[in-house]
Design a protein around this ligand. Structure first.
Ligand code: GDP
Length: 198
């Protein structure tokens, strides 16, 4: 994918604050600190268009970015962020679930996981949510550069088992080496440009 432009549009907590639903949209989700901002920045060739969760504020909201004036990327707030107040944690579920269940232009969700960690209930529940709403998922294991090839393979198998998916359905990624960038775009391209089966 050739990126000609990428621009922050707005932050939103509720549907009335979302930008008009006009372009096909892809959302990104994952535990805080998993490498979500790094992944988005890597695939759109930007250093820090998407801010990291180390700077709370904007990251507890749903952030919209327009890419190539052709589609929208949505950075969902990271879950499991230890430093946010309980009230904010409580609003995460409804805020994200409202977005997922109401956004007509949403074509798919990229769920980013750390290859070194076995997925927990949050990830499993999130995948169940997506299936419930009929939203296609793209499952990515990031930070692969932190493991040897042998350990990557071991983790790939163990994570695919935990999630109940075929290992071929998990994309290995690294923001450091840029491994998996093309594979992510292949999946996104299919979701953005091909008709969603219903
Ligand atoms: P976010 O909270 O999910 O948006 O996570 P960030 O993208 O801010 O990344 C959290 C930390 O992990 C930062 O220190 C990043 O530099 C680091 N990081 C993210 N992706 C990778 C990766 O693929 N490889 C390595 N080695 N570090 C990464």
């Amino acid at each position: 994918m050739i990126i000609k432009s990428s621009e922050f549009i707005t932050s939103a907590a509720k549907p009335s604050q979302y930008p008009p639903a006009e372009l096909p949209e892809i959302a990104f989700a994952g535990r805080s600190n998993v490498g979500k901002s790094s992944l988005i920045n890597t695939i759109i060739n930007r250093k820090r268009l998407v801010k990291t969760s180390r700077t709370p504020g904007r990251t507890q909201l749903i952030n919209f970015f327009e890419i190539n004036t052709a589609f929208t990327f949505v950075d969902l707030p990271g879950y499991g962020y230890a430093k946010v107040p309980k009230s904010v944690k409580k609003s995460w579920g409804p805020m994200v679930e409202t977005y997922l269940s109401t956004r007509k232009t949403l074509k798919g969700v990229v769920l980013i996981m750390d290859i070194r960690r076995t997925p927990r209930l949050e990830e499993l529940n999130f995948i169940v949510w997506l299936h419930y709403y009929g939203i296609p998922d793209v499952l990515v294991l990031t930070k692969t550069d932190k493991l040897s090839k042998t350990k990557q393979k071991k983790q790939l198998l163990s994570i695919s088992k935990a999630l109940g998916v075929d290992p071929d359905n998990l994309i290995l990624f690294s923001a450091k080496s840029r491994l998996g960038k093309d594979a992510v775009w292949d999946s996104l391209g299919q979701l953005i440009y091909e008709k969603k089966e219903d």
